[in-house]
Every structure is written in structure tokens, then in C-alpha cells.
Design a protein around this ligand. Structure first.
Ligand code: G6P
Length: 369
């Protein structure tokens, strides 16, 4: 096992550091030779294939569900197709509105999660077309779906998913770009702009790794806290949910994610002296609104960590600690922004002496209901 960990103390940290390669592998086979447009040889869709989609239904569990939440932003903004995202165990039992005009996108690292597989079967039974995004070739879900887009993350051993999630985001963003171009909602220039920023990510990750020690210090500072809150708006809200899940899963610290605008509707009651708040503020179009939310929690003496694009000056003025993410397009930011959240969960679990790769009560793949 030590050999498999390649010199790292745990699989999770090894897998966090493998993300540049995993992202590159998922991306490179889907970029046309000129580097300017997306191609999916495994799909080979025509404009008509995309135009015939009335709505998209995304179903998944756990971290894969969180990737689906971001995919809603990607697809609705770039391809203007309505997207619903549902937890697989809810979808399968709620008599869902799914028909032959629905494209059902199933996301699953393992391709074996029982609820996700059942949701796929249910969608097919109702006449939907299906597309699986999975990391395991030949898995049950890959065999059941009409079409498959593989994430090339390589084997993921740690129970807490890291590189599978970032490669799911990459695959879903590529898919949104592909659909947007095919149905004419997205200009070639915008597609190229986003794609070029995405191609820089594997290299840009190094900056985050170079600053991993700053995140470690935060984990040490917060190790005895009982609650941590994650807030964000737009795509940062979806990411906040993933950040909170990661922290809960392995550090066992209670964590909750809130949309910045929802603070006033409940969570603010829990913000008292010294409570850590991780404020994700990488989305430029809602930055001002996030700054107001940060001020709301600062006024209650929360200890705020701002996560921002590296040229930010405004958020830094209002927070206690700052984590910088290399600048990129809004759609690309989540792929990098999640990495310090993974590191925070990892280091918090390590300092608390937990079994990082095998957290209590959890399994890598849930194949029974
Ligand atoms: C388990 C794992 C999670 C994972 C979820 C869905 O709960 O611990 O890390 O996100 O299952 O798994 P899947 O293989 O379908 O992505």
C-alpha cells in the first residue's frame, strides 16, 4: 500500500495532487487540433441532436451531485437549455417529469452507486435519452446508459472524492460548451476564450499547491471548532456545498453551506464570536453582493476566510484570512477553487487524528440501498 501511495501519507492527498494530470487527461482528448473548440468523438452530436432536447435532468449522489449543481449553471448559461438537478434517491421515487424530450445526465465516479443506477433505469423507462459521466470503464452505469463520457481521473481510492469531482466539472463544462455551439447559443469566440482558460488550469494548480501550507495553518487554527460555515453565490454556492461536505466527511466537524443571500433567513442566528466562515468570492458578477454578506458575518465577529481570484483587492479588505486562486474565466474558477477546500478538509482530518482515507461509517461506493 505504501508503494501505491507514491510517497504520500494518504491516498487523499496523493489524489489532490494528481488533479493537474487528471484534468489534462480529461481535457486534452476533447480539444480540437487548433486548440480553439471542443470535440466529443464519443458523442458526435448534430445540431438537431441538441435542438431536440427539451430539458436536461441531472441525477447523482454525494460529490457527483454537487458537480451536477454546477453543471446547471454551465449548461443553462452557455447553451440556454433548462436543467434540473436531483439527488438520485429522490428522483427515482418522486414520479419525475421525464419524457422522450429529456436528456438524462447521470454522474457517478464509480458507475456503481445503486440509487444512481436505479435513477438511470427509471429515466430510460420513461423514454429519456441518457448520457453517463463516469470514471470507470465498463461499470454498470456505463453499460446501461445510451452514451458515455469518461472522466480520465484514474483510480480514486480515498473515500472522499477529489480528482473525480474536478474532472466531472471539466467534462460538464466541455459538454456545455459543445451544446452551446451546436445549438447556436454560444459564439465561437466565447467558446475559445473559456476553453483556453480551461487549458491553463493544470499549470495554474501549482500556485495553489505552493500555498498549501497556508491552508494547513488555517486547519490547525480551526481544528477544535464545532461548526464551520461555507457561503457563496452563483457557482460558488454549489462549491460551498462541496467544501462543507468534504469537511464533514473526513474531519467530522459540522459544516453547512449557505447561499450568501440566504444568510438573513436563518444561518445568521448561528454566527457568533469566533465561528469560522469560509466565504467563496471568486465570481466577479456577484462580488459586491458577497462583500455585503461578508460584512454581515464580520459584524457578528465571525472569523472569515475569503477565497478570491488572485487580483482581488476589495474582498481582502473585509476578511481575516485570504486564499488566492489564479485568475480565470468565471466558469473555470470552480475547478481550481475547490482545491483549497479539499486541502482544508484533509489537513483538518489529519490534525484531528482521523482515518483520512476511510472515514467512519462511509464507503467509497454505495451499492446497497
Ligand atoms: C459515496 C462516496 C462519495 C461519492 C458518492 C457517489 O458516498 O463516499 O465520495 O461522491 O458515493 O459515488 P459515485 O461513485 O456514484 O460518484
Amino acid at each position: 500500500e505504501a508503494a501505491e501511495k507514491g510517497g504520500f501519507e494518504h491516498f487523499m492527498i496523493k489524489e489532490i495532487f494528481e488533479q493537474p494530470k487528471a484534468i489534462r487527461d480529461t481535457l486534452s482528448c476533447r480539444v480540437a487540433d487548433d486548440g480553439k473548440s471542443v470535440k466529443f468523438d464519443e458523442l458526435n452530436w448534430s445540431p438537431e441532436d441538441v435542438n431536440s432536447i427539451g430539458k436536461i435532468m441531472i441525477t447523482a449522489c454525494g460529490t457527483a451531485y454537487h458537480a451536477g449543481l454546477l453543471a446547471k449553471y454551465f449548461i443553462e448559461k452557455l447553451a440556454r437549455i433548462p436543467v434540473e438537478v436531483d439527488i438520485a434517491s429522490e428522483y427515482r421515487y418522486r414520479d419525475p417529469l421525464t419524457d422522450s424530450k429529456t436528456l438524462c445526465i447521470i454522474i457517478s465516479q464509480s458507475g456503481e452507486t445503486i440509487d444512481t443506477l436505479a435513477a438511470l433505469k427509471e429515466a430510460k423507462r420513461r423514454g429519456a435519452r441518457s448520457l453517463a459521466i463516469t470514471n470507470v470503464v465498463g461499470s454498470s452505469i456505463s453499460r446501461e446508459a445510451d452514451q458515455v463520457v469518461y472522466t480520465w481521473a484514474g483510480p480514486e481510492i480515498a473515500v472522499a472524492s477529489t480528482k473525480a469531482y474536478t474532472t466531472q466539472l471539466v467534462a460538464l463544462l466541455l459538454l456545455a460548451l459543445y451544446m452551446g455551439r451546436l445549438n447556436g447559443q454560444l459564439s465561437a469566440e466565447k467558446e475559445t476564450e473559456i476553453l483556453q482558460d480551461l487549458q491553463k488550469v493544470p499549470e495554474q494548480c501549482q500556485y495553489i499547491f505552493d500555498h498549501a501550507d497556508d491552508v494547513k495553518q488555517l486547519a490547525e487554527k480551526f481544528k477544535n471548532k464545532e461548526d464551520v460555515f461555507f457561503i457563496g453565490r452563483s457557482m460558488d454556492y454549489g462549491l460551498a456545498m462541496e467544501g462543507a461536505l468534504k469537511l464533514k466527511e473526513i474531519s467530522y466537524i459540522h459544516a453547512e453551506a449557505y447561499a450568501g443571500g440566504e444568510l438573513k433567513h436563518g444561518t445568521l442566528a448561528l454566527i457568533v464570536d469566533g465561528v469560522p466562515v469560509i466565504a467563496l468570492a471568486t465570481q466577479r458578477d456577484v462580488e459586491e453582493k458577497m462583500i455585503s454578506n461578508i460584512k454581515e458575518v464580520k459584524a457578528r465577529n465571525a472569523q472569515v476566510v475569503g477565497v478570491v481570484q488572485d487580483d482581488d483587492t476589495e474582498v481582502a479588505k473585509t476578511v481575516d484570512y485570504i486564499i488566492k486562486i489564479p485568475k480565470s474565466d468565471n466558469f473555470v474558477m470552480p475547478v481550481m477553487t475547490v482545491i483549497p477546500l479539499q486541502l482544508l478538509a484533509y489537513y483538518a482530518a489529519v490534525v484531528r487524528g482521523n482515518d483520512v482515507d476511510k472515514p467512519r461509517n462511509l464507503a467509497k461506493s454505495v451499492t446497497v440501498e
